[in-house]
Design a protein. Structure first.
Lengths: 581, 298, 305
């Protein structure tokens, strides 16, 4: 029996610069007790679909142009406002991505979880609170009774998401719409939340529409998958079918371009290897299979064997970090008398060989980012030494350190924030050359900038443009080019692909690889994503609570993790290969 | 990668160029009808007060005791006052003073506030805490009262007026600038600049300053009317400019004393003053919308 | 909580000290003295008067003497109102100003809050444009324009209300209205901005997803966050109501503290000026403290130190 049926749904956004067909002719359905995963990259229309179901989109600019959404016997798109309202939170609930901004900071947790009951079931405050507490215990909030009077900011991210889930399920709805509910969470917490959702589905018999960009997550939780691409459903089917035997070129590309733990490629295939798109005049797009896909994949596969011999000559240590400590002191209270010390990095040792990549993994707050900054001496280490090419960076004068700034560079996570919005690309790339007196005059610098842009896959057309005119992936390329402008030997990549869609991520990772080979670069690759780290790194270092828990070659660490923490991390990675477990 | 083909410079110079955030903001401002009208109106008023007194035949101080309290008409556009002075000339001249005070005092507060706020925010830590503590203390002083006191005690001095008003208004400017600087300092492009070894002055003036200018411009636009208001309050209390000089505030005061005989004496200066404030406020609102970084992102 | 209040009061002490010092030397360094203007006073009487008030002593001695008295809560005698203590004068004039301020604030809140909320809820509608244009006009018609205009209209032309004085309830209407309209306009704009900001938050979407009715969304979820900026504004606003009342008190001839202060400053009535300034400062400090406490009770995040 079809329980929710979406048929030819069209949701458009009418903006000043034209109409965006965010959801264009989308049809799929959910059966009772089923978990359906909707997967797609940013802009694919997956969230808009979800919001359209409950009429939560602001109209205008959004407008539903056609189609139907049937829930049982009711047509949701034609329901009067009050009738739709009595469904929301009662029969159909929602969980959102960012549990911090989605919880009301001015209300206690208990009030918020109990609110749907008060709105829909006319329960007394007392009874509503009792049921709310019960549900909070169910989603794994320990001591719910004791903590229920707190406010959202007093909870951790994972706990907040549990609160959101409790709030959504407290009225025992028939359908749960979960919009990227685990995206903002660490892997270990994500694993727990997924576990909770699965067990509650069994217990309450609720159907779940699970929206995510992460194929691994969807494989872990869903029965069926709907893949969306630029407003359209390109493929849907059972999880195992889609993973084992994808039909649409986009889905093939999406599956292939993810670096997984057992990824065999040296250079990742990209979505562009699989499909070609053509944009029609009326804004619609057509998708074709790339005729050269076989050839390209064969080329990538043939490159695998050459991986090992490319770096084997050198094993000189470029960077030696010993007993590095960074403590932050925050003074509180009157006259800064009461001091609180945060031991962000608490004694780490690290060696990086020339031309190699060391991956630094850990969950949020483990000190990995601080460690990266401290190694570059962007933050003064509290203790410990960093030897670069045998020279202690801490002992250098300001002027001498400037020379090393040329040799060591950093690429950041957020390509939107890491470019000065007021400078053109040319200005941004020329500036480091001026500071370090590279290039003799304007025109020679311009030539160098053009070369750099081409090296990272952009063209000279982009010279006079401003950062906001580029996409995220292009901006990250510009950041890479800026780092390269001073011809560095060592680059810290700080979560530099974390904010990207997998298809863009693959391109940037390939670029980093390519540059490493061409320029003999050494990387410290910081990330929370174990699969990405595995793909790019020669050696892996696992950090937890300011300390290094485990280190070794990538193969070793992933195949035979010694420490419990590492084992926990690795087993938490959602992947289709846990299917059936 | 074909480098040769793209490297020719003619090709580059033919590029139309990107649209900077300033250009985008200007387009957004022009799309806001109210703000555009306000901008033109404000330019019109400014030109009128700057050029008007030079062109007019009647001066703001020429008395004509045979023609006192003449109502608005052909003779004199806005009528005359108790000494037979032409109100139109006086309003234009008063506008000069009011606008000059508004802009000069805002400029003073802008300079002090931005310099102080940027220093405080950029230095951070203890120095920042100390500098902001000073601002906090100054904030809790009853400043309007001090300005009044200053004007009463030391006489009606034009320069003193700037200093006094500038001294009040720079505090908010400093706070805004400092807040902006602090958040910009966290931004990754500033960190990138440090990683590239840029000097402090380069980071401050090339990377931080242009990016905090948006909110500062908005606030400055809103400070001008606030300053004009304060000047008018002082003039109204008899502490502003001295007769026969006039500002809009002092004209309104004179008008309010004689409004029962000659209502136009308060009507016209009041109208000019209010319309100018209105235009500046609408312009400030429009600028805020146009320069809003949220709207500017993508 | 108690600790917070105590800390704030302790912090106020240096501020008050700075104010007292600054005002003391400012008044003394300014040209002229309290007994200069009356030219018919014979020199010997002037000397006697100055001796009586301790003005012949060296400046630093006077300063320490004043501070000493201040610590005992003694603001000294007025130089101009013979036989009156400064504290007595303040006690007489302040209730008038406070009454005016409270009335105006009441008018401002009653007009401003609903106008702002309605404008925010009906964003970009005719209501919104009308209300906000009116509010903008209210801000741009300063009290010294609005006041005389109201007098002209309601007392000179219509003859409904008295133009001056502060004796009966009817006297209070025009001045309170003049001040209240100005601040009401300001509050309306702040409320609208605050509400709009809050209504755009993700947690409002959550509330709607729960099936909360529009009224519930506003009253249970949006109003607290939306009014925070208004509360922050109320501290300085109240202080502004008092300093704004310099104007109102002089337009409507109201015997409030503002007029006493301006007169005292003109007369070089040193002790009166100092006393009033310190009184104002204390008032502002207390009001800011109250605002912070209200804010803390509204916003759970600011409760932690």
């Amino acid at each position: 029996m079809e329980f929710l049926e979406i048929n030819k749904l069209k949701t458009y956004f009418h903006t000043r610069s034209g109409t965006v067909r965010a959801v264009d002719d989308v049809s799929f359905s959910i059966e009772k007790g089923e978990i359906v995963g909707v997967v797609g990259e940013s802009g694919s229309g997956k969230s808009v679909t979800c919001h359209s179901i409950l009429g939560l989109l602001p109209q205008p600019p959004a407008s539903i142009e056609g189609g139907s959404v049937k829930f049982g016997k009711q047509e949701l798109l034609k329901l009067p406002k009050h009738a739709l309202r009595s469904l929301r939170g009662k029969k159909i609930s929602m969980v959102f991505q960012d549990p911090m901004s989605c919880l009301n900071p001015f209300m206690t947790i208990l009030d918020q979880v109990a609110e749907p009951l008060i709105i829909h079931e006319n329960l007394s405050q007392q009874e509503a609170e009792r049921q709310a507490l019960e549900m909070m215990e169910k989603v794994g909030i320990r001591d719910a009774a004791k903590r229920a009077g707190s406010f959202p900011h007093e909870f951790s991210g994972g706990m907040r998401q549990r609160v959101m889930i409790a709030m959504a399920l407290v009225t025992k709805p028939d359908l749960l719409l979960a919009d990227e509910p685990t995206t903002a969470l660490d892997v270990t917490i994500q694993a727990k939340i997924l576990q909770i959702l699965k067990s509650l589905r069994k217990e309450l018999g609720v159907s779940v529409l699970f929206i995510t960009h992460d194929l691994g997550v969807v494989a872990e939780i869903a029965d069926r998958i709907v893949v969306m691409y630029r407003g359209k459903v390109v493929e849907q089917g059972r999880v195992t079918d889609i993973f084992k035997n994808p039909k649409h070129p986009y889905v093939k590309g999406l599956l292939a371009c993810r670096p997984t733990l057992d990824c065999k490629y040296h250079t990742l295939p990209t979505v562009d290897d699989f499909l070609e798109t053509k944009e029609n005049d009326d804004g619609t797009i057509e998708v074709y299979e790339n005729p050269e896909v076989e050839k390209r994949l064969r080329k990538l596969e043939s490159a695998i064997t050459s991986k090992s011999d490319s770096f084997s000559e050198t094993n000189k240590n470029l960077l030696e970090v010993s007993d590095l400590k960074v403590y932050f002191r925050s003074s509180k209270g009157l006259l800064g008398a009461v001091k609180e010390e945060v031991q962000a990095v608490n004694g780490i040792d690290l060696t990086i060989q020339k031309g190699k990549t060391v991956g630094l993994v850990g969950e949020s707050g483990c000190g990995k980012t601080t460690a990266g900054r401290a190694i570059l001496h962007l933050i003064r280490p509290t203790e410990g030494t960093v030897l670069y090419d045998g020279k202690s960076l801490g002992a250098l004068t300001k002027e001498a350190l400037l020379e090393y700034r040329k040799k060591m560079q950093i690429i950041f996570q957020d390509p939107y924030a890491s470019l000065n919005p007021r400078l053109t690309i040319e200005q941004a790339l020329t500036e480091p050359m001026i500071v370090h007196q590279i290039g003799k005059d304007r025109s020679s610098r311009r030539d160098m900038v053009v070369n750099l842009l081409e090296e990272v896959g952009l063209t000279s057309e982009h010279l006079l443009r401003y950062p906001h005119e580029f996409s995220g992936g292009q901006r990250q390329r510009i950041c890479v080019a800026r780092a390269l402008a001073v011809e560095p030997e060592f680059i810290v990549c700080d979560e530099c692909v974390s904010a990207m869609d997998v298809s863009v991520q693959a391109q940037v990772l390939n670029l980093l690889r390519e540059l490493q080979q061409k320029r003999q670069l050494t990387y410290l690759f910081i990330s929370h994503d174990l699969s990405v780290v595995k793909f790019i790194s020669d050696e892996v270092v696992v950090m937890h609570a300011g300390k290094i828990v485990e280190s070794g070659t990538a193969q070793e660490v992933y195949a035979n993790p010694r420490e419990d923490y590492t084992k926990d991390l690795i087993s938490s990675i959602p992947s289709p290969y846990n299917l059936g477990k | 990668m074909s480098i040769e083909s793209a490297k020719s410079k003619d090709f580059i110079s033919e590029d139309p160029g990107g649209s900077s955030l300033w250009k985008d903001a200007w387009i957004r401002l022009r799309a806001n009808r109210l703000a555009t009208i306000s901008l033109y109106f404000f330019i019109f008023i400014s030109l009128l007060t700057i050029l008007g007194p030079e062109i007019l035949t009647s001066s703001y101080e020429d008395q004509d005791l045979n023609n006192t309290f003449a109502p608005p008409g052909k003779e004199s556009l806005f009528g005359t006052d108790n000494l037979g002075r032409d109100l139109f000339a006086r309003v234009l001249h008063g506008g000069r003073i009011s606008l000059a005070v508004g802009f000069l005092a805002t400029a003073v507060s802008l300079l002090i506030g931005v310099a102080y706020g940027m220093t405080s925010g950029y230095l951070g830590g203890k120095m920042d805490a100390l500098m902001m503590r000073v601002v906090d203390i100054l904030y809790s002083l009853p400043f309007t009262i001090f300005v009044i006191l200053l004007m009463v005690l030391f006489g009606r001095n034009f320069i003193l007026l700037f200093i006094a008003i500038g001294a009040v208004e720079w505090l908010t400017m400093a706070r805004i600038t400092r807040g902006q600087t602090l958040s910009l300092k966290q931004a990754e492009f500033i960190e990138a600049a440090r990683a590239l070894g840029y000097s402090h002055s380069r980071v401050l003036f090339r990377h931080i300053l242009p990016n905090l200018l948006g909110p500062v411009i908005v606030y400055a636009t809103l400070t001008v009317p606030a300053v004009m208001l304060l000047e008018a309050v002082l003039s109204f209390l008899g502490l502003g400019v001295q007769a026969p000089m006039s500002s809009w505030g002092s004209l309104i005061k004179e008008g309010s004393e004689k409004m029962e005989i000659a209502p136009w004496l308060i009507f016209f200066p009041g109208l000019f003053f209010s319309l100018t404030l209105l235009a500046l406020n609408f312009l400030g609102d429009g600028l805020r919308d146009a320069l809003d970084p949220k709207a500017a992102k993508d | 909580m108690v600790k917070f209040i105590v800390v704030r009061i302790l912090q106020a002490i240096p501020t008050l000290f700075v104010i007292a010092t600054l005002t003391f030397f400012m008044t003394r360094l300014a040209p002229g003295g309290p007994f200069d203007s009356e030219k018919n006073i014979p020199a010997e009487i002037k000397e006697k008067l100055e001796a009586h008030f301790g003005l012949e002593k060296p400046l630093h001695e006077q300063y320490f003497l004043y501070l000493g008295n201040l610590l005992q809560g003694d603001l000294g005698p007025s130089f101009k109102y013979m036989g009156w203590e400064v504290s007595e004068l303040i006690a007489k004039a302040f209730p008038v100003s406070a009454q005016l301020g409270l009335f105006s604030l009441l008018i401002a809140l009653v007009l401003g809050l609903p106008a702002g909320v309605v404008a925010a809820l009906r964003k970009n509608s005719a209501y919104d444009y009308c209300l906000m244009t009116t509010a903008m006009l209210g801000i741009c018609l300063p009290t010294f324009v609005m006041g005389p205009l109201l007098i002209l209209l309601f007392s000179s032309w219509l003859g409904w209300l008295p133009p001056l004085g502060w004796y009966s309830f009817a006297d209070m209407i025009l001045p309170s209205l003049t001040l209240g309209l100005f601040y009401g306009a300001y509050i309306a704009r702040l409320t609208r901005a605050g509400m709009l900001e809050t209504l755009n938050q993700d947690y409002i979407r959550t509330a709607r997803a729960k099936g909360a009715s529009p009224i519930r969304v506003v009253l249970r979820h949006a109003i607290k966050g939306g009014l925070l900026p208004v509360v922050t504004f109320l501290g300085p606003a109240f202080a502004g109501l008092i300093s704004g009342s310099f104007i109102i008190e002089s337009i409507f001839f109201i015997p409030g503290l503002g007029r006493f202060f301006v007169t005292a400053a003109f007369n070089r009535d040193y002790t009166m000026v100092l006393g009033t300034v310190l009184f104002y400062a204390c008032l502002i400090i207390i009001l800011n403290l109250v605002v912070d406490l209200i804010q803390a009770s509204l916003d759970p995040k600011s409760r932690e130190p």
